[in-house]
Design a protein around this ligand. Structure first.
Ligand code: BGC
Ligand code: NOJ
Length: 811
């Protein structure tokens, strides 16, 4: 069942009922100012950091889901309604929500009044703009009222939810004409305030929530709206809000338009006040003056759309498969940009007050957006590497505002160092910019011990070389990619952190997954060494890689698949010897992607085992059989009920690893079959089962053991976005950036047909036509570059050209 449809022409998903299975959200904002916005106008806004600079309040865990947003109420006689349905939930005569790329549009109508909202954040300003158009579709004059509503958050979203003894006394606002200023804590250590304004004369305002709603009412029954009159209260403490009242008369057929602006302003420390206790409003006035007309609104929206068209146009496919076209050209790339902006901080599953930027998460996200915004990827790599420790290990997380490592969680996740190599290699393959390797980068933000980035990569690599266990496999530390496989923690009491309890490292527990990563990214590091002329280091690295391959072959192979790990007692995890958790997805994907077992047939065996034991109609599960009881020696993984999350859920993040692995052994049919199972557009028509947004990936789909098999959770902020884009663009469609130039080597289903890709690479536009006359799954028999036949798959990079036309014929 569907709750809407894709409008590919406009790059929108059109939701046709407010009663979606879960709130279906969108993200507004490209740089510093962001809004999460659901299809019923729920959500919240923040500046740079969802925890520390939260502008509007959201209610978590509320009994009415998705309450609090930025609402517009329309009072038409005794009927009060909202164009996005919430919070009054008055039945609408019509409803539509269009989530677009960086904007959303809502149209609701009731009793002959149509209300159209368009909302977005301009490319370069810290302001959310909403255009409200009201039209009288009836045959007689209507007198109606429009009320706006936002509830301010007192900036620190965490403290705001807890520290009532203080917070209920600190709320402060100012109101001048049609602008409401929220200035809580501005008198002391803050130099920022928020504004909510409308480009029209108002008939009243309210800044006290109790006055607006009535002390015991929810937002669904606001007393002041019911009375049709705001009281012009200047709040003092308690719950500051902002609401405007506009009385409107509309003749039959007449329309009127308003532009509302919700902005963030920062003043210099010595320029905070225009008079004692009166905030300096110069910057606010300047910002608001830019958006006083519908024309100014429309042109800022057009600018935003062309910004996005420019970004998304960097990779464009035309094939006969509409699902692939829309995911690749629009939604998958868009989600990659959102994960760049949010990391894992703010979604409807990540509260915005929890984790900061993950070291491994951010390195992997980079794989999906480096072709879109290479300059910002460069900055990101330096930020991440600056939190590395001198021995090559890394803080697992860092804070976006301070860019400092987070000592609450610390280090000890032994896959982290290798992801830095993965991200840096992807950046250089994309851009050719080797100068990044010479950048001077601190350790733990301490410039006095800084070295080149290349030295950071060496230390990443050597961290693994120097931390091996009894089988010469890498020690796992607190956990590897699978945060829930906590082999050294042994947590027995509720409330202890599964990941951080106990020692950060044991001398025995080892990870075959990290071993696979070491082979894959060790080789990529060796390529960088060769590129920069350090052949001796490349030889040393490749010798270490060979040793690791030997260790995997000896103790990391279980007969039909790769072992997952060895626990703290040196017992196998992910082996047929185990009672539960006999096979895990991660080492099958990573080892084969690294090329282990490709020549001796073990790769094929491992992937056949994946198909036989882990596959379901909704995707490939992370492990089987699910853990049915808590295993102290394994940790959080066995804390989840069977079928959910890391305990045998379908973890979408590593489904693309299996798909990529399949392309490594040339099975395009199977690679695509795996791709399709979790692909949002392909499963749009089971939205009642899948439940999360049909235009983006979720972290997890419940596995076969779960009661709600097929149901997804944790949409938007997941490494799935980057890895799926890497899979479909670089491996299935086969346009892979190498250090020398673009490689063309598709691995598609036999029936996929011919397709064309436009790819902007290092400033050159490649128009690539791929022909598959004999319906093969892999193999390029001829590659014509601007009419010249070339050998091999790699188009040597030539920056003197603007456009390169390529014809690749598979056979
Ligand atoms: C989740 C993991 C996540 C981790 C982050 C766990 O509860 O299951 O998916 O990586 O928390 O700390
Ligand atoms: C989500 C985390 O953000 C990521 O770092 C981790 O690899 C996966 N969960 C698997 O546990």
């Amino acid at each position: 069942m569907k709750y809407g449809f894709f409008d590919d022409q406009n790059k929108e998903y059109v939701i046709t009922t407010p009663k979606t299975p879960l709130p279906w959200i969108n993200y507004l904002g490209c740089k510093d100012f962001f809004t999460l916005l659901s299809n019923t106008c729920g959500g919240y806004t923040f500046y740079k950091d969802a925890k520390l600079l939260r502008m509007t309040r959201y209610r978590y865990n509320d009994t009415t889901p998705d309450t609090n947003g930025k609402y517009f109420y329309i009072k038409d006689g005794d009927t009060i309604w909202n164009p996005g349905w919430q919070p009054t939930k008055t039945a609408l005569d019509s409803y539509e929500c269009r989530h677009g790329i960086g904007y959303s549009k809502f149209t609701g109508s009731k009793n002959d009044i149509e209300a159209a909202l368009v909302t977005f954040v301009p490319v370069d300003d810290a302001v959310e703009l909403t255009k409200v158009t009201l039209t009288n579709k009836g045959t007689s004059k209507k007198d109606i009222q429009l009320f706006s509503y936002v509830e301010w958050c007192l900036w620190n979203a965490d403290d705001d939810m807890k520290n009532f003894q203080r917070n209920l006394s600190i709320g402060e606002v100012e109101v001048v004409d049609s602008t409401i200023y929220h200035k809580t804590e501005y008198r002391e250590r803050r130099n920022h305030y928020a504004v909510y304004s409308v480009n029209a004369k108002i008939d009243g305002f309210e800044t006290s929530r109790d006055e607006f709603r009535g002390a015991y009412n929810g937002p669904d029954k606001p007393a002041a709206v019911i009375a049709g009159k705001l009281n012009n209260t200047i709040c003092s403490g308690w719950y500051p809000i902002a609401s405007h009242q506009i009385n409107i008369s509309l003749e039959a057929g007449e329309s009127t338009t308003f532009v509302f602006a919700l902005g963030y302003i920062e003043n210099a420390e010595d320029d905070k006040w225009e008079a004692p206790s009166v905030i300096n409003k110069k910057k606010a006035t300047a910002l608001l003056s830019k958006y006083q007309t519908a024309e100014a609104f429309d042109s800022a929206l057009a600018e935003l759309c062309s910004y996005w068209d420019g970004l998304l146009g960097k990779f464009h496919i035309a094939s006969k498969d509409e699902h692939v076209n829309r995911m690749v050209n629009i939604w998958n790339q868009y989600q990659c940009m959102v994960t760049f902006n949010m990391s894992r901080s703010a979604s409807y599953y990540e509260s915005g007050i929890g984790r900061g930027m993950g070291f491994r998460d951010s390195c992997q996200d980079l794989l999906g957006f480096v072709h879109l915004i290479p300059d910002r990827a460069r900055e990101r790599i330096i930020d991440i590497a600056s939190t590395q420790f001198q021995d090559g290990s890394a803080y697992h997380q860092y804070q976006p505002l301070t860019k400092k490592g987070n000592s609450d969680i610390g280090s000890g996740f032994n896959d982290d160092p290798l992801w830095l190599i993965a991200g840096t290699s992807a950046y250089i393959r994309e851009t050719g910019d080797t100068s990044i390797l010479e950048e001077t980068v601190p350790y733990d933000n301490d410039m006095s011990v800084a070295t080149s980035l290349m030295e950071h990569l060496k230390r990443s690599f050597d961290y693994i070389v120097n931390h091996k266990g009894p089988h010469d496999l890498p020690l796992i530390g607190r956990a590897d990619w699978n945060d829930c496989l906590n082999l050294n923690c042994f947590s027995e009491h509720p409330g202890e952190s599964f990941q951080c309890f106990g020692p950060s490292e044991g001398p025995v527990a080892e990870s075959v997954f990290i071993a696979g990563m070491f082979v894959k990214y060790g080789r990529e590091y060796a390529d960088l060494c060769k590129l920069t002329g350090d052949n001796a280091e490349a030889d040393r690295v490749l010798a270490e890689v060979d040793k690791m391959i030997a260790a995997i072959e000896k103790d990391g192979w279980d007969g039909e698949w790769f072992v997952r790990a060895y626990d703290a007692y040196s017992k196998k995890v992910g082996s047929k010897e185990c009672e539960e958790g006999q096979i895990y997805i991660e080492p099958q994907g990573m080892c084969v992607m690294a090329g282990v077992g490709v020549d001796d047939g073990n790769a094929k065996k491992a992937l056949d085992s994946v198909k036989e034991k882990l596959d379901t109609k909704y995707g490939v599960m992370i492990l089987q059989p699910a853990y049915t009881r808590y295993h102290l020696e394994l940790g959080e993984i066995s804390s989840y009920p069977p079928g959910y999350k890391e305990n045998a859920g379908i973890f979408c993040h590593n489904n693309p690893w299996i798909s990529i692995a399949e392309t490594c052994i040339g099975r395009g049919d199977r690679a695509f079959e795996v791709y399709k199972k979790t692909c949002p557009s392909y499963i749009e028509n089971i939205s009642e089962i899948h439940r999360t947004e049909p235009y983006v990936y979720s972290q997890m789909v419940a596995g076969a053991d779960a009661k709600f098999h097929g149901e997804a959770k944790n949409s938007w902020l997941t490494g799935t976005a980057a890895w799926t884009f890497t899979n479909i663009s670089q491996y299935i469609l086969g346009i892979y950036p190498t250090l020398e130039g673009l490689s063309v080597n598709p691995c598609t289903p036999a029936e996929f047909g011919d397709f064309n890709v436009t790819r902007v690479y290092r400033g050159v536009t490649y128009n690539i036509a791929i022909k598959n006359p004999n319906k093969v799954q892999k193999g390029v028999a001829s590659l014509l570059v601007d009419g010249q036949e070339i050998q091999g798959n790699i188009i040597p990079f030539d920056g003197s050209k603007k456009t390169v036309n390529v014809v690749a014929t598979m056979s």
